[in-house]
Design a binder for this molecule. Structure first.
Ligand code: DHB
Length: 309
């Protein structure tokens, strides 16, 4: 018997693999499907203060090994999700709110609201790549850190931030140091890679409509960027902050790579959109086989344990 339990603050995972925010988690029925599946936690769609329709369609495209999206934060609004979370406690899985503001004030108000409801944790989305005419909060590191410090003063719940891909080690270092100082419990890394494009060569058109036809790139094509970013955060924070690894996961082997790199929990986006929530039990079955072959009894022992060559 393998013990799959891991923990980040109050997020106690019996199995540390869940959906990534945005996938299979916008409506109550989808959230309940994830809760009933083999997933070890339920992450909610990024919620805004008011409901939003999002960008015009087509806004999501799935290729063989990647996806491109420019959803534009379609969601039913914070009040809806605060109501739904009250009905989901009996599933006994971590329920994680994802909050998305358009200003520091929005983030604070969202945080104050969700703090009053029985979410087990809050993932602050500082990395949405799809808001027409707006930048990505987490690329302005001092501003992003000032938002995080304010939110830390607003809630005692397990608090983390979802980050975009960074291209420079210095950026990761500045973020890691600031987050350690702010005293939050986790980082979720990484969000989709901004400004992805695919072209249909028959019609010679772009594959999605909004934002000039370019959007967040996800799926197996970004796995190795995500793994690198997880590892760099782990090394720079010396394991003092929980890491949720996300980006390109398609299999139990990929989950195990994220564990070795330093993640305590793993999220699946593009491949979940493609295969549906039955995926979680398949990953659990395959991870059990893999860990048995390797003689690993306790997954937690392997977090961050990758060796240098
Ligand atoms: C959306 C996309 C993201 O990658 C994200 O982090 C939040 C929202 C979206 O377009 O809805």
């Amino acid at each position: 018997m393998v013990n799959f339990e891991t923990r980040i603050g109050d997020l106690r995972y019996k199995f540390p693999v869940s959906n990534a925010s945005g996938v299979w988690c916008t409506r109550e029925d989808e959230l309940i499907e994830i809760a009933k599946s083999g997933a070890g936690a339920v992450v909610f769609k990024s919620m805004t203060l008011e409901p939003r329709q999002g960008n015009p369609e087509p806004r999501f495209f799935a290729g063989p090994n990647f996806s491109i999206n420019s959803m534009g934060l379609p969601n039913l609004g914070v009040d809806y999700y605060c109501d739904v979370v009250g009905k989901m406690q009996h599933y006994r899985k971590p329920l994680v709110a994802s909050i998305a503001g358009f200003s520091a004030e929005d983030f604070e108000e969202l945080c104050r609201k969700v703090d009053k409801y029985p979410f087990h944790g809050i993932e602050v989305n500082l990395s949405c790549p799809n808001l027409v005419g707006k930048g990505i909060f987490a690329y302005d590191i001092p501003h992003a850190l000032s938002i995080v410090r304010t939110l830390r003063g607003t809630t005692n719940k397990t608090l983390g931030v979802k980050l975009p891909p960074y291209n420079e080690r210095a950026q990761v270092q500045q973020m890691a140091e600031g987050l350690l100082e702010a005293g939050i419990e986790f980082v979720t890394t990484m969000n989709s890679v901004p400004i992805g494009l695919d072209i249909d060569i028959e019609s010679e058109t772009k594959v999605i409509r909004p934002n000039g036809g370019m959007g967040g790139l996800g799926g197996p094509e970004i796995l190795h960027s995500a793994l690198g970013q997880v590892r760099l955060f782990y090394e720079l924070t010396e394991g003092k902050i929980g890491i949720i690894g996300v980006g390109g996961v398609k299999s139990a082997e990929d989950v195990y790579k994220f564990i070795l790199a330093g993640a305590s929990s793993i999220q699946v986006g593009t491949v979940l959109a493609k295969r549906g929530p039955a995926l979680f039990s398949e990953i659990k079955r395959d991870l059990t086989t893999l860990l048995n072959q390797k003689g690993v009894n306790d997954l937690q022992d392997k977090i961050g344990s990758v060796q240098a060559l």
